[in-house]
Design a protein around this ligand. Structure first.
Ligand SMILES: [Zn+2]
Length: 162
């Protein structure tokens, strides 16, 4: 007889080694906490927060062959091509440099550290300065990435998922 818990386990594992499932779990907790303690009324922004949380949950494995790596390097490639074709060579060079960083060093290296969880999403804190039209607070986009990121680290520590 197949146990329900076994099926559930298979299911969460297939969700990219459980990291998307972990991200969804902390995201639900986060929104519930906002509703209960801050009388937050869910709105369309939740979709953006959710996307950011998923990106945070996938980012640490950018240092190894994973869905996260394919996704982020796909984004890097599109952005870099855009910079090159529009003559933004300085931007293209900078992006190329930063895109190299995750793949030097071993798997579960710096991308799997607490300081990276807070530092990597930090450009989000500057968003209101460069994109005031978004009308978003500094923490609005930062926190979802950080909690997604931390969920990845916790899962790796506990279960050594990937
Ligand atoms: Zn990992």
């Amino acid at each position: 007889m197949i146990h329900v818990s076994c099926i559930l386990y298979q299911l969460t594992m297939s969700l990219y080694k459980g990291h998307l499932a972990g991200g969804i779990f902390v995201f639900i907790l986060y929104v519930l906490a906002l509703v209960i303690f801050f009388s937050f009324k869910p709105n369309m922004n939740l979709l953006i927060w959710f996307g950011l949380c998923m990106l945070g949950a996938l980012w640490p494995d950018v240092d190894t062959n994973s869905l996260g790596q394919k996704l982020f390097y796909g984004i890097f490639l599109v952005l870099d091509s855009f910079f090159l074709f529009t003559g933004l060579y300085k931007e293209a060079a900078l992006l190329g440099f930063f895109a190299l960083l995750p793949i030097v060093g071993k798997h579960r290296g710096w991308t799997h550290t607490i300081w990276a969880a807070f530092l990597i999403p930090s450009p989000m804190l500057l968003l209101p300065i460069f994109k005031p039209e978004l009308n978003a607070g500094e923490l609005e986009y930062y926190i979802p990435v950080v909690i997604g990121y931390l969920s990845h680290l916790i899962l790796d520590w506990e279960l050594k998922l990937y």
